[in-house]
Design a protein around this ligand. Structure first.
Ligand code: MN
Length: 349
């Protein structure tokens, strides 16, 4: 496995120097943040990221994310222009040495949580999702003061209502059609450039506000992989996203998709399942509902050799900053991930 760490570019308060000091750190996972969604990333911006990263002694091989414009997900007539831009971004990133691109196909909301600083019993804080709080929010009601922390602030309340209404009219099958249309045009370009596309599961892995969500479980991941049956059409296997449904057998899926050679990137994080939702927890298995050892063992047994990053961490030791993306707890997670991989690899010998 190639250990990596998400870095939000030059505005990230966590320096590349600090990231490099985490044992076994191989690469950063980053993106161009100066360009609106759907437009082509400039070669200068890509080159700058590459130079900063490589000068710090880290590899520049993974992008998270290359976002998909809403018109593509909605299947609008304007989508072809955005898909052409998307393909151009793949070509440019490939020229710069990128080997893996993470993206998602979640309508509007991306990841959703109800609170970003929930205090855990040990005084650390983490992101949580309580279903009853989500159910109390109506994004269609423009008078409502209620809002959720992950919402895209670039939408006004009215714009949000409009786009949610558009998705409310859409069936899951239509969203599948739009995803297929996108993949059929993008994957051949990725294959030509030898870049692995890695879709991130919906987080959480169920429908919210009546909006379709499809990258949610084993049946749908099977369907996704068969839409374009090419190894470049693969997964970001995010165990925290899949694991928020107790119905997903994450250990089984880890082995199955690794064996198929379709996991290009793994997000490792632990969550505690609750009756009405979940809480993000420390990475160590006993702190949550996921058996991290069994998951890593399954990935290894399946022949996984891709990129791994500690996904969200808690805020600990007084650190402040971007929720889920502090240095300390993610570094602890990285050290734990190193230990698990070392153990399963040596047990094999
Ligand atoms: Mn993830």
């Amino acid at each position: 496995m190639k250990l990596s760490f998400r870095w939000y570019g030059e505005n990230d308060k966590i320096s590349l120097e600090y990231i490099r000091q985490i044992p076994n750190m191989y690469s950063v996972v980053t993106a161009v943040y100066d360009t609106p969604v759907g437009e082509v990333w400039s070669r200068e911006s890509i080159a700058r990221l590459k130079k900063l990263t490589e000068d710090a002694g880290l590899a520049f091989e993974v992008i998270e994310s290359l976002p998909v414009h809403e018109d593509i997900k909605l299947g609008k007539e304007t989508r072809d222009r955005y898909i052409e831009n998307y393909c151009e971004n793949i070509r440019r990133l490939s020229e710069a040495g990128i080997k893996c691109i993470c993206y998602n196909f979640m309508p509007v909301f991306d990841w959703t949580r109800t609170q970003l600083d929930h205090v855990l019993p040990d005084g650390s804080t983490s992101l949580v999702y309580y279903k009853e709080q989500v159910d109390a929010v109506n994004p269609m009601n423009s008078d409502s003061d209620l809002t959720l922390p992950g919402w895209d602030a670039s939408y006004t309340r009215e714009e949000l209502s409009t786009v949610v209404a558009e998705y409310n009219k859409m069936t899951e099958e239509q969203l599948w059609d739009n995803l297929k249309y996108f993949l059929e045009r993008v994957i051949p370009v990725a294959a030509e450039c030898d870049v692995n596309m890695a879709i991130h599961e919906d987080d959480p892995c169920w429908s919210i506000f009546g909006i379709p969500r499809i990258i949610t479980d084993e049946k749908n991941l099977d369907r996704f992989l068969s839409l374009v049956d090419d190894p470049h059409n693969g997964l970001t296997f995010c165990i925290g996203s899949l694991g928020c449904s107790g119905k997903n057998d994450v250990v089984k899926m880890a082995y199955k998709y690794a064996k198929m050679g379709r996991i290009h990137f793994a997000h490792l994080r632990n969550i505690q399942l609750l009756d009405g939702g979940f809480e993000e927890r420390a990475h160590y298995s006993p702190c949550g509902s996921l058996d991290m050892f069994e998951i890593v063992k399954a990935l290894h047994k399946g022949g996984f050799t891709g990129y791994v990053r500690p996904d969200h961490g808690r805020m600990i030791w007084g650190e402040t900053g971007r929720a889920g993306y502090g240095l300390f707890d993610r570094a602890l997670g990285a050290a734990y991930i190193n230990g698990l991989f070392e153990a399963v690899e040596k047990m094999d010998k």
